[in-house]
Design a protein around this ligand. Structure first.
Ligand SMILES: [Zn+2]
Length: 118
């Protein structure tokens, strides 16, 4: 898996900050209920660490504080920025961003998310 360039990382961070600061978007930090699995084992409930919702106008990113916070923020932000990406693609890119972000960038991303909770 190729690491992302500094330029790719900073472009993502800029877009993420713009999304977080946009007052039309809602950022939530809360317990998320388990959901029914979309796979064959339909009766099973799966843990939801984060969620991205869009009702056509308002966009919401929710992160469950009981789980992995920074990976969830990156994951749901990628959903928000690339609505057409599949779950598989978002998951793969999430891992690349996690690998490529510096400690300082991860801290700033987390800080900006938390500062804009609403
Ligand atoms: Zn997802």
């Amino acid at each position: 898996m190729r690491k992302l360039s500094k330029k790719e990382v900073s472009t993502f961070l800029k877009k993420a900050y713009r999304f977080f600061k946009d007052k039309r978007n809602q950022l939530l930090f809360k317990k998320l209920p388990k959901e029914k699995s979309r796979s064959k084992k339909k009766h099973r409930l799966v843990t939801v660490m984060g969620k991205y919702d869009c009702d056509g106008y308002n966009e919401t990113i929710s992160v469950d504080y009981r789980y992995e916070i920074v990976p969830s923020i990156i994951h749901e932000t990628l959903h928000a920025l690339h609505e057409k990406w599949t779950e598989k693609k978002v998951y793969k890119e999430e891992k690349r961003y996690l690998k490529s972000l510096t400690q300082k960038q991860a801290l700033n991303l987390l800080r900006c998310f938390l500062d804009n909770l609403r």
